[in-house]
Every structure is written in structure tokens, then in C-alpha cells.
Design a protein around this ligand. Structure first.
Ligand SMILES: CCC[C@H](NC(C)=O)C(=O)O
Ligand SMILES: NC(=O)OP(=O)(O)O
Length: 317
């Protein structure tokens, strides 16, 4: 594996999940793979789970790890080519990236959508420069349009908790005070479309995701109808994707908040969310604290999804 930015990079999903569950049983069995190998994790945006779980996964594999918060301590980076650098940016990404590549064997990158230009975001301008210029295998720790480590962990979790062979999985939009990226729902949809689940997406009009990720999945604008009989409810906020509203908040309607009443419409569904979550906007206190909430085991599986990806990269260095 040379890059991990989307579901296709994993190959056969059933095999990937099986490998994940094997690693979970004995996560220190591959320490030899990472001996004297260095993982560099580059963050352009904040993180708790990704930062901790990916570093843990690297350590499980015997790797040295370095974490760089680009906006805290590194030089302010220019990311656009052709710009006359007479402003407040000291260094260009096109020098910084190959330099980073000198000090490590594998690079993880977190660089969220900036919502200034759909084309800039959806061309994955930042992470693609790491892929092109670092000289190292690169994986996404949430880029502008996807969060494949999260979605892989979500799939692992669904496989662990499902009661039906082909569970009904509902991705529901929920309100949030800020304009959040489409990365998490994009990757969740991408993975669910390749998994053996009955997948439904529900959101208000205007919040349609890129068809490149929806891939013809059923979209239900009536949340109650979508939730009927669900086995898993995956809640997430995202800002509008379609023009002319790209990056905009169109609704903060808290009737979309996942409540006990909403969960009562389901087949005693498990509640999932990637975290961090805004309580009583996305989901009520009662639901996220209920026995059906599996957000913590879901977060724990981030260590495993990262370890599968790092293991496959180390095996191909
Ligand atoms: C894992 C989620 C990261 C990010 N969340 C926030 C709050 O920015 C998002 O919604 O994409
Ligand atoms: N779910 C997730 O990626 O969390 P962080 O943003 O805290 O890393």
C-alpha cells in the first residue's frame, strides 16, 4: 500500500475487516515490522482521536513517531504555487514536504476542507502534494473530502455489533453551530456502499452529498421514514456541498437531533458518531449515554483501522 485516501485503497473489504479483527486480538504481534521506521503525522487541523489512535497504532508496530502541528511551531506555509511570497508565509509547502519526507518512512496528513473553493478542496490539493512530493507512502488522517481511517473503524464496529447478516445502516444529518466538512459522511457512504448493508442516507433538502460518494444509495428526506427499522444510526453534521451553497449552513433545525423518540423508531439500533460530538445538537444526552450508544468502542477501533493501514504500508516499504 502506497497511499490510503479512500475505500478502494483497502482492496477487498471483507479481507480488510478480517485482518483488522485478527490484529485486534494480538496487536503487538507485528512489532518487527516497524523497527527503526518512523511515522510522521502532520496536522493542519485539531485532533484527539486521530492523533492518539494513529500514534498508538504506530507504536504497536514498533515504529518511532513524530507529530507536527503545522500551525503551532512550524513556519507558516504557503500552499499555492506561483504566489509571490512577500506576505506572512515563511516557507512553501513544496520545500517543506520533501524535507519532511527526509525524516520519516510513512506520512499521515490531516488537512480539512477550507470551504473557500470547492475545486481546491475536491481536488485534494494539500494531501495530493504530499503524495506527489514527499517520496513516502501517505495516508489520510482526514483530508478535504474523506476520512477513510474513521470509516474503516466504523465498518469494523458495525461488523462486531451487527445482529442481522445485512443490517440497515442509516447515515443521518444533524444540526451543528459550525459549517463542518463533508469528509466523514463522504467516506462513510463510500464504505457502506461497498459493504453488505442496507444503506440509507437522510438529510434536509440542500444537503445532498457528492454523487461520487453517494453512488446511487437511497436518499430519504424524511428522517423518521429513514430511521424506521434501522439497526445502526450514524449521525453527523456537514455543510452544504451543492452550489451555490458550498460550505454553507442551510439549517440548524433541532428536530433532526437524534433523540430517544427518534431512536424508538428504529429496530433498537446502535447509535454511532465519529466524535467530537455537540451534545443536544447532534444527539441528546440520554441517547449518547444509553446502552445502545457504541461511540466509545467505535473510537477504540480507530487504533485498529490505523494499524491495518500502517502494517500494509510497512510490508511494502
Ligand atoms: C472527525 C470529525 C472532524 C471534523 N469535526 C469538527 C468539529 O471539525 C469534521 O466534522 O470533519
Ligand atoms: N473522529 C476523529 O477523527 O476524531 P478527531 O478529530 O478527534 O481526531
Amino acid at each position: 500500500m502506497k497511499t490510503y485516501t479512500n475505500v478502494k485503497d483497502l482492496g477487498d473489504l471483507k479481507a480488510a475487516v478480517a485482518e483488522a479483527l485478527e490484529i485486534k486480538k494480538n496487536r503487538y504481534a507485528y512489532k518487527h515490522l516497524g523497527e527503526n521506521k518512523t511515522l510522521l503525522m502532520v496536522f493542519f487541523n485539531s485532533s484527539l482521536r486521530t492523533r492518539l489512535s494513529t500514534q498508538k497504532a504506530g507504536m504497536n508496530l514498533g515504529m518511532n513517531t513524530i507529530v507536527l502541528d503545522v500551525n503551532q511551531g512550524a513556519w507558516k506555509l504557503e500552499t499555492e504555487r506561483g504566489v509571490i511570497m512577500d506576505g506572512d508565509k515563511t516557507e512553501h509547502l513544496l520545500e517543506a514536504i520533501p524535507v519532511m519526507g527526509c525524516y520519516c518512512d510513512i506520512i499521515g496528513v490531516r488537512s480539512f476542507a477550507q470551504f473557500e473553493s470547492k475545486e481546491y478542496d475536491y481536488n485534494e490539493t494539500i494531501i495530493n502534494q504530499f503524495i506527489k512530493y514527499s517520496g513516502r507512502p501517505v495516508f489520510s488522517m482526514e483530508a478535504a473530502t474523506g476520512h477513510p481511517l474513521q470509516a474503516f473503524a466504523d465498518l469494523i464496529t458495525i461488523e462486531e455489533y451487527k445482529k442481522a447478516k445485512r443490517p440497515k445502516v442509516v447515515l443521518t444529518w444533524a444540526p451543528h453551530p459550525k459549517a463542518l466538512p463533508q469528509a466523514v459522511p463522504n467516506s462513510f457512504a463510500d464504505f457502506m456502499n461497498d459493504a453488505d448493508v442496507d444503506f440509507v442516507i437522510t438529510h434536509p433538502h440542500g444537503y445532498e452529498l457528492d454523487e461520487k460518494f453517494v453512488r446511487g444509495a437511497r436518499v430519504e428526506y424524511n428522517q423518521d421514514k429513514a430511521l424506521a427499522g434501522a439497526d445502526f444510526v450514524y449521525a453527523k453534521n456537514w455543510a452544504a456541498y451543492t452550489d451555490p451553497n458550498y460550505g454553507q449552513i442551510l439549517s440548524k433545525d433541532r428536530s433532526w437531533t437524534v433523540s430517544t423518540e427518534k431512536m424508538a423508531l428504529t429496530n433498537n439500533a446502535y447509535f454511532m458518531h465519529c466524535l467530537p460530538v455537540r451534545r443536544n445538537m447532534i444527539v441528546t444526552d440520554d441517547v449518547i449515554e444509553s446502552p445502545q450508544s457504541i461511540v466509545i468502542p467505535e473510537a477504540a477501533n480507530r487504533e485498529i483501522s490505523a494499524q491495518v493501514v500502517l502494517k500494509r504500508m510497512l510490508e511494502n516499504l
